[in-house]
Design a protein around this ligand. Structure first.
Ligand code: GTP
Length: 204
C-alpha cells in the first residue's frame, strides 16, 4: 500500500519570550528545557512527521524570533504558511498586543493562512490566578472575531500541547486539506523522521 505524503507549513509568531520555542520543543520532543532563556535568532525549523492512517503528514514548523529586531525576517517565514500559531504569554498583556499585530499582518498578507491563537504558560496561572493579565473570555472573543481557534497551553507541564499529537493535531485541523501545501502518492517518508535543525542559532 502506498503512503500518501502531505506537507504542511506552520509558522510560530509572537513577542519574544512568550514561549514559542518551548511549545515546539514540548510538541516535537516531549520535553521542557530548563536553564537560562536563549532567544531565537532569525528562525528555527523543525520537521515533524505524523502517521495518520495511510497518510504521513509532515509539519514543517518555522519557529520565528520574537524580538522586534527580526520583524522583517519573520515576514519571510510566514509566507505561504497554511497555519500560524500566534502566541502570547497569559501573564503579559503587552504580548497580547503583539499577538494582535501579527494577526493583522496575517490577515493583510496571508489570507489563506489559518490562524490559531495560543495563550502560553498556563501553569503560572494555575499556580497563581492573580498573574493572569488577559481574561480567558476576552481572548476567546478576539479569537472568534478573527475566526481563529483559541487554546491555552503550558509547555512546562505539557497541558494542551499533547503528550501524543492529539491536541496539536486537532488545533491544526489536519483533517482539512486547507492547511496542506501539496500531496504526493507513493512517497516514503524515509529518513525525514524527526529532523530538527536550526536555520540560524540561539543566543544567550
Ligand atoms: N512557566 C513556564 N515558563 C515557560 C513556558 N514556556 C516557556 N517558558 C519560559 O519562558 C522563557 C521563554 O521561552 P522561549 O520558548 O524561549 O520563548 P520564545 O517565544 O521562543 O522567545 P524568542 O526566541 O525570543 O522569540 C524561557 O525561560 C522558558 O523557560 C511555560 O509553559 N511555562
Amino acid at each position: 500500500m502506498s503512503t500518501i505524503r502531505v506537507d504542511a507549513k506552520v509558522v510560530m509568531l509572537g513577542k519574544e519570550s512568550v514561549g514559542k520555542t518551548s511549545l515546539v520543543e514540548r510538541y516535537v520532543h516531549h520535553r521542557f528545557l530548563v536553564g537560562p532563556y536563549q532567544n531565537t535568532i532569525g528562525a528555527a525549523f523543525v520537521a515533524k512527521p505524523i502517521q495518520l492512517g495511510e497518510k504521513v503528514v509532515t509539519l514543517g514548523i518555522w519557529d520565528t524570533a520574537g524580538s522586534e529586531r527580526y520583524e522583517a525576517m519573520s515576514r519571510i517565514y510566514y509566507r505561504g504558511a497554511r497555519a500560524a500559531i500566534v502566541c502570547y504569554d497569559l501573564t503579559d498583556s503587552s504580548s497580547f498586543q503583539r499577538a494582535r499585530f501579527w494577526v493583522k499582518e496575517l490577515q493583510n498578507c496571508e489570507e489563506q493562512c489559518k490562524i490559531y491563537l495560543c495563550g502560553t504558560k498556563n501553569d503560572l496561572i494555575t499556580a497563581d490566578r492573580s498573574l493572569r493579565q488577559i481574561d480567558y473570555h476576552d481572548a476567546q472573543d478576539f479569537a472568534e472575531e478573527i475566526g481563529a481557534q483559541y487554546f491555552e497551553t503550558s509547555s512546562k507541564t505539557g497541558n494542551n500541547v499533547g503528550e501524543s499529537d492529539i491536541v496539536m493535531l486537532r488545533t491544526l485541523d489536519l483533517s482539512q486539506t486547507a492547511v496542506f501545501i501539496h500531496e504526493e502518492s507513493g512517497v516514503d517518508l524515509g529518513q525525514k523522521k524527526d529532523s530538527y535543525f536550526y536555520s540560524c542559532c540561539h543566543n544567550n
